[in-house]
Design a protein around this ligand. Structure first.
Ligand code: ATP
Ligand code: MG
Length: 414
């Protein structure tokens, strides 16, 4: 589980705030659910046979022998909370959340045991408009973050009814080719045959490509929904690719499923994944409520932003106060508060623990300050202060202390 260090969190924070702005402009509201839920919740929603539940969960017994798990994803908890608080009665809802998820996986680049997701979920919307909006919204996120190397892939899994028929067809097909199935696929054959389509085993690639396609087994309703969605994407100029093998790793999806993938991140290529889950709320004891959502893998997104080169310089101006002598130190602390009052966006750092002018200037340099303010005995006596622009090797000027705030405003363009 990686520790996130201050140096990398700068970019994290700017990506976070960009995403939050966009989510709120599409009327999504934040919800925060606990990191721990009953294990049973994930078993019932994600599905016992999925990789996530069968081998990736952090589960343990609490003091009353109740099995709890660290959340491996967000949707289950959001649906649980929505039912518990009556949020699905006669109203639509759009929620977002952001935070850590836990999966016991083999750690590697782009795959960690604690990772972060931005999740979006919308409830109570039946038509394909919301499917399209979710893809438009995510595509705006990529655009605003300066990412172009990203591609939308989608598929329809149909209603649970049409999936039952497809499942039977698929089992039949793979049984006819049972000698070509690997161990994993043999296990999936009876319990979760659609997951075979998701296999990364190159040797089975041909077999899978020739398998019957869900798209040819959709019921009319699912077909209409999907066609309508594709038209909307076209009219918004969102390029997309049908991927018949896209089934997603969790059991609760119905109709639309989609992923945003990139060829810039090696094997861990999926940056965002999601889909509809029209049966999920009811399945968990709630009303019959339509649902759709997706999750962005934050680590992968940040890496992609970094590779795209459009790094957001976190634009806060920084001021360092150099002060030599007791009186100067006291005064610098006083002035720092005045600066913070007036320039809320500024980072203001006071020199601590003394030191010569030379030593303190070194610290100001190392802290990557834009401006250094200088106070010594002479300045105290004359009620002046030295001000120096650090980045462009500016000259040091001496100004009267009561002109300080105006002079800073001028230098940082505030
Ligand atoms: P993958 O196929 O990469 O295992 P997944 O289908 O298991 O992904 P989802 O459950 O759809 O992943 O989660 C949504 C997103 O969260 C993924 O597309 C990915 O960006 C990110 N993600 C999932 N697992 C991890 C992980 N262990 N470490 C980092 N990011 C992850
Ligand atoms: Mg996975």
């Amino acid at each position: 589980m990686p520790t996130l260090l201050p140096a990398e969190l700068k970019l994290w924070q700017s990506v976070e705030s960009e995403i939050k702005k966009i989510l709120s402009s599409y009327a999504y509201q934040e919800i925060r659910t606990p990191l721990l839920e009953r294990t049973e919740l994930f078993q019932r929603t994600i599905g016992e046979q999925t990789d996530v539940v069968s081998k990736e969960m952090y589960s343990f017994l609490d003091r009353k022998d109740q099995s709890l798990s660290l959340r491996p994803e967000a949707t289950a908890g959001v649906v649980r909370a929505g039912i518990e608080h009556g949020l699905f009665y006669n109203q639509t809802q759009k929620f977002w959340s952001m935070g850590p998820m836990y999966r016991y996986e083999r750690p590697q680049k782009g795959r960690y045991r604690q990772f972060h997701q931005v999740n979006m979920e919308a409830f109570g919307f039946e038509g394909p408009g919301i499917d399209a909006e979710l893809m438009i919204l995510t595509s705006r996120i990529w655009k605003n973050l300066g990412i172009d190397a990203i591609q939308l892939e989608l598929n329809s899994l149909g209603t649970s009814e049409s999936r039952k028929n497809y499942r039977a067809t698929l089992i039949e097909y793979f049984k006819d080719h049972i000698d070509s199935l690997d161990e994993d696929s043999l296990l999936r054959l009876e319990k979760n045959p659609m997951r075979i389509l998701d296999s990364k085993n190159q040797e089975m690639s041909e077999l899978i490509d020739s398998a019957p396609k869900m798209n040819d087994h959709l019921d009319q309703e699912s077909k209409d929904h999907f066609d309508d969605l594709l038209e909307r994407l076209d009219s918004h100029g969102i390029n997309h690719k049908l991927n018949h093998r896209l089934v997603r790793g969790l059991d609760y999806y119905t109709k639309t499923v989609f992923e945003w993938t990139t060829d810039k991140l090696g094997a861990q290529a999926t940056v965002c994944g999601g889909g509809r889950y029209d049966d999920l709320v009811k399945q968990l004891g709630g009303k019959d409520v339509f649902g759709i959502g997706c999750a962005i893998g934050f680590e992968r997104l940040v890496e992609l932003v970094e590779l795209s080169g459009k790094k957001d310089q976190n634009g806060q101006p920084k001021i360092y106060l150099v002060a030599v002598g007791d009186q100067a130190e006291a005064k610098s602390s006083e002035l720092a508060e005045l600066i913070r009052d007036r320039f809320e966006d500024c980072v203001v750092e006071l020199n601590q623990d003394g030191g010569s002018f030379k030593q303190q200037f070194k610290r100001a340099d190392r802290s990557e300050s834009d401006i250094a303010l200088i106070l010594g005995d002479e300045e105290i006596e004359n009620e002046t202060i030295g001000i120096k622009t650090m980045r462009e090797d500016g000259e040091q000027e001496t100004i009267s202390q009561h002109k300080l705030l105006d002079s800073i405003a001028e230098k940082i363009g505030a």
